[in-house]
Design a protein around this ligand. Sequence first.
Ligand SMILES: *[C@@H]1O[C@H](CO)[C@@H](O)[C@H](O)[C@H]1NC(C)=O
Ligand SMILES: *[C@@H]1O[C@H](CO)[C@@H](O)[C@H](O)[C@H]1NC(C)=O
Ligand SMILES: *[C@@H]1O[C@H](CO)[C@@H](O)[C@H](O)[C@H]1NC(C)=O
Ligand SMILES: *[C@@H]1O[C@H](CO)[C@@H](O)[C@H](O)[C@H]1NC(C)=O
Ligand SMILES: *[C@@H]1O[C@H](CO)[C@@H](O)[C@H](O)[C@H]1NC(C)=O
Ligand SMILES: CC(=O)N[C@H]1CO[C@H](CO)[C@@H](O)[C@@H]1O
Length: 486
Amino acid sequence: MGHKYFIAFLIGVTKVVYTLAACANVSETVYPDSKVSSNNIVETGKVNTNLFSECRDYCMTNLENSDCAISYILSNAGDPTGAGECSYWDTNCGGSCIMEYATPSSVTVYTCTGLNCATLTNPANGAVTAPGTPVTGDIATYTCNTGYQLIGSSSSTCGADGLWDTSAPTCSLIDCGGLGNPTNGLVDISSGTTYGQVATYSCNSGYVVNGASSRTCGSGGTWSSSPPTCVIEGCGALVDPVNGFVTMLQATAVGDVALYNCDIGYDISGFTSTTCGTNGSWDNPAPSCNPVDCGMPVVPSNGSVNAMYGTTYLQLATYSCDLGYILNGATTTTCGADGLWDTPAPSCDIIDCGAPPSGPVNGYKTVPGTTYTEVTTFYCDYGYLLTGPSTLICQADGTWNGTTPSCDPLDCGPLVAPANGSVATLLGTTFGMTAIYSCAYGFALQGDTTQTCQSNGIWSGSQPNCTNIPSRLYTCNVAIDCLIQT
Ligand SMILES: *[C@@H]1O[C@H](CO)[C@@H](O)[C@H](O)[C@H]1NC(C)=O
Ligand SMILES: *[C@@H]1O[C@H](CO)[C@@H](O)[C@H](O)[C@H]1NC(C)=O
Ligand SMILES: *[C@@H]1O[C@H](CO)[C@@H](O)[C@H](O)[C@H]1NC(C)=O
Ligand SMILES: *[C@@H]1O[C@H](CO)[C@@H](O)[C@H](O)[C@H]1NC(C)=O
Ligand SMILES: *[C@@H]1O[C@H](CO)[C@@H](O)[C@H](O)[C@H]1NC(C)=O
Ligand SMILES: CC(=O)N[C@H]1CO[C@H](CO)[C@@H](O)[C@@H]1O
């Protein structure tokens, strides 16, 4: 807002020449080629010679707008003094235009005021940056609010004619433009396609959005991200088989693969994998998971096994041995996930009673074996009699059912002497001993003269008689002699 001050010194008829504070330093303030200083200001007390270009030509009667620099007008045009003022070129003062007035009575300040361009106001949805009172050369800068696009020129310059050189731009809402439907889907732009609005994509039944399902109109006038596509929905989730599980290698889209497995202890029966086909179906059905069955455990010989709750995974079987057999090994076994019983079958070892009791003295025994149910038989030597049971059996508890019997010598017992005779058992009456009979004098022995104690405990033969014999035969003293004599 340059202002130019034009000072008229009104001087009286005495032709007093005011040389502007004693001929102010005119050389500093002369603008030979223009009425306008670089800053449009002529300082008070200084003279713009150009303002008085007509100085030497005539006495000034009026100041006119043309006396101001281009685009400046006199703020108070008119006769500064009334008639009679004149000017002349004062060479003494370096070329100042000196005015003379008949009667200087007052001082009037004339001002050349610049033509102001219109004060600018913010455009709708935008803003302008410009001086409050714009003058020639001022630049206005327009911006638009976020989401609005500037249509027109973003800057304008205040011209010398007091007019902005361009008209104000407008700020129009950014519009990202319409969007096309994806194949097999729709895009919803019902809320509009302007800045900040959201377009929502959806796909037809059986298809799913692949990509960003919504896009936003950005400040750059473009939609965010790239348009999604509608891809076939895929095969849907798979459920775990009973006692098993399914592992998705990717997802459930076309071409994706899932693997089936059974829990530990279960055997898979069916397909172990399935692939999502292009028709949206898994190509293989789920397998079944059957519990592992170990089968009946091996039955130990002379024993048995009891799998009361079955023979499948984790079930327990119990081993037992027959009477007389001892279990050697694990008493239970568990069906493992591998289909095998976790321990080998035990053995049922027959009870062994060990060597039978020693003895007998004067006898012997037969020991075919020392295990359960086997029998040791005792015998006595010839002439000895066994007292007590002759056998021992090996019992289930590992003991023999008794002790060794005794073998006692045989005794056929005392003999009775026949009438008129006698019997002599000088060495006793036991097995092998002989009893000798004899008859009294005059009697003859009839029958066995001896008896021997036999192994069965019975004397052999029988008791003899002593019979009366004729007297002639009395001479024989001994029975045998007498017999010989007869
Ligand atoms: C005029 O200006 C010159 C240069 O700036 C200076 O030396 C001189 O003193 C000035 N004269 C007056 C009267 O101010
Ligand atoms: C999908 O395709 C597979 C093999 O191509 C076929 O076995 C199956 O029956 C199809 N399923 C449907 C629902 O069409
Ligand atoms: C014990 O096992 C053996 C061998 O298998 C067999 O010969 C015998 O008869 C069995 N004993 C019993 C009491 O079952
Ligand atoms: C042992 O048992 C056997 C068979 O039962 C029997 O014959 C025998 O007499 C018994 N022995 C003893 C000392 O009891
Ligand atoms: C002994 O005498 C009895 C009675 O007289 C007779 O029966 C028996 O035969 C006689 N024995 C012998 C061996 O002579
Ligand atoms: C000589 C003798 O002793 N004789 C006897 C034989 O036996 C009969 C009967 O016992 C007796 O009467 C005898 O005295």
